[in-house]
Design a protein around this ligand. Structure first.
Ligand code: KIV
Ligand code: ZN
Length: 508
């Protein structure tokens, strides 16, 4: 049975999704979870694209030792040198060079002819090879490129030292049969192809990314590039969890395995959703909240009698927690810590103590604390570790005969306590205006959404917002039983991200 190399690009192509910006610490947090998940390669970023991307790749290369750590690079000398500087401390470094190959890109974007592109591809792979043995090459927009030209490029880059050749369906245009034919053609017509791993990288513009990737694997590809929750540029990339679970569940058909510990999938999905601010749709395969819920009476009856009647996968196999322990106000620190561990969290003592204190406050308000509540508390804790300004106090007065008024108190980075008040069209508007009077960074609110973590009037409310400043979108999330407090926390979270980026730019 063959092994498929799982190449995760959540931190690179996934983060390219509009509004999904992650800071360096958040990227490291996700990389740690990808390591636990057992992916073979982590594409940690695109070092030449920004100083913070460079820093994130460098940190991940230093800290995460088991998987291959890959850095993406344009096909030019400066980008390759920067990619190498970012990953040189990795225990297993890889440089991934890409260059457009389709006539559409050559004509309208690059203004170069096929011969020039072929030579540049070969020369830049050779340059990367001087730094590192493990070099991947991608002819971008391959699915809209004449196959005979792809064969020539691949032969040349393999000759120059590429060890993996990746075939991207950059714009999500291919159908499964066409893409499978392309892979089969490559395996048949590139004379030195047996020396390398053939990889695929599919986008989801037509909703075919997973189907195309699976077909390519069936036809002989042995590396698949994918992202947690399928996030990525435009409609996203092929979803890691769907590919891995399809290979596992239909092993009888594919006869392929991976190194992924599938019980870590749910945790990875939640973490990526929390940190990017991209909610997972309820009907999303494998990790959506409805993915294992049975509503119809006939289905429920069947599942009670035997799960196999309507369930093709065991929810526990993807790590959806089957909670046996119900936590409440009498639960002690020990039980709380145990539950955190069962849910896969490893917080330091200070973070456990603080989260436990918040848990106790919540338990005073709510009879039973669910796993989703705990996940929300932990997410809140992780958010506050990277704060610039801390929200210390928020108070509103509103009603149908009042002008909404808010008072807020923030703690500044130097420890100073800053307070202000404002009127608004509603309580949230008043809170945001009061915060703006203190923080004073121009921005525009583009999205505001509230949802409850669990059912019931005493549920935690989660607020997701997006703000825009200098054409960059920043996501913020906040959770509390009071949705005005949750809204204030979400705004502070987005502002803190904005401020961190501005500070980084100033230090450049
Ligand atoms: O979609 C694409 O072509 C890419 C390349 C950089 C591999 O992301
Ligand atoms: Zn891509």
């Amino acid at each position: 049975m063959d092994k498929v190399v799982i190449f995760d690009t959540t931190l690179r192509d996934g983060e390219q999704a509009a509004g999904g910006t992650l800071n360096v610490q958040e990227k490291l947090e996700i990389a740690k979870q990808l390591d636990k998940l057992g992916v073979d390669v982590i594409e940690a970023g695109f070092p030449i694209s920004s100083p913070s991307d460079f820093e994130a790749v460098r940190l991940i290369a230093k800290e995460i030792r088991r998987p291959v750590i890959c850095a993406l690079s344009h096909a030019n000398a400066e980008a390759i040198d920067s990619a190498w500087q970012a990953i040189e401390e990795a225990s297993r470094p890889r440089i991934h060079v890409f260059l457009s190959a389709s006539d559409i890109h050559l004509l309208y974007q690059l203004g170069k002819d096929r011969r020039e592109i072929l030579e540049l591809s070969r020369d830049m792979v050779a340059r990367a090879k001087k730094y590192v043995d493990d070099v991947e090459f991608s002819p971008m927009d391959a699915s809209r490129t004449e196959p005979a030209y792809i064969y020539q490029i691949l032969e040349a880059v393999i000759e120059a030292g590429a060890t993996t050749v990746n075939i991207p369906d950059t714009v999500g245009y291919a159908t499964a049969q066409e893409f499978g034919d392309l892979i089969e053609g490559i395996l048949e017509h590139v004379p030195n192809i047996q020396r390398v791993v053939v990889s695929v990288h599919c986008h989801n513009d037509l909703g075919l990314a997973v189907a195309n990737s699976l077909e390519a694997l069936r036809r002989g590809a042995r590396q698949v590039e994918c992202t947690v929750n399928g996030i990525g540029e435009r409609a996203g990339n092929a979803s890691l969890e769907e590919i891995v679970m399809a290979l596992k569940t239909r092993n009888d058909f594919f006869q392929l395995t991976t190194n992924v510990d599938t019980t870590q999938i749910y945790k990875a999905s939640r973490l990526v959703s929390e940190l990017t601010g991209f909610l997972v749709q309820p009907n999303k395969a494998i990790v959506g909240t409805n993915a294992f819920r049975h509503q119809s009476g006939i289905h429920q009856d069947g599942v009670i009698k035997r799960a196999i009647t309507y369930e093709i996968m065991d929810p526990r196999s993807v790590g959806i927690p089957a909670s046996s322990l119900v936590l409440g106000k009498l639960s002690g620190r020990h039980a709380f810590k145990e539950r955190l561990a069962e849910l896969g969290y490893s917080l330091d003592d200070e973070a456990i103590n603080h989260t436990f204190q918040v848990f106790k406050e919540l338990a005073e308000k709510k009879k039973e604390i669910s796993d989703r509540d705990i996940e929300s508390l932990v997410a809140e804790e992780l958010r506050t570790t990277s704060e610039v300004y801390h929200l210390d106090h928020v108070e509103v007065s509103c009603g149908d005969h009042n002008i909404p008024t808010a008072t807020v108190r923030l703690i500044a980075p130097d420890g100073q306590i800053l307070a202000d008040a404002a009127l608004g069209t509603g309580p949230v508007d008043a809170v945001y205006k009061a915060i703006n009077r203190i923080v004073r960074v121009p921005n525009r609110l583009t999205e505001f959404a509230v949802k409850s973590v669990t059912e019931g009037i005493d549920a935690i409310g989660e607020v997701l917002i997006r703000i825009e400043s200098d054409d960059v979108t920043y996501t913020g999330r906040g959770a509390a039983t009071d949705i005005i407090v949750a809204s204030a926390k979400a705004y502070m979270n987005a502002l803190n991200r904005l401020l961190a980026v501005k500070k980084q730019r100033k230090n450049r």
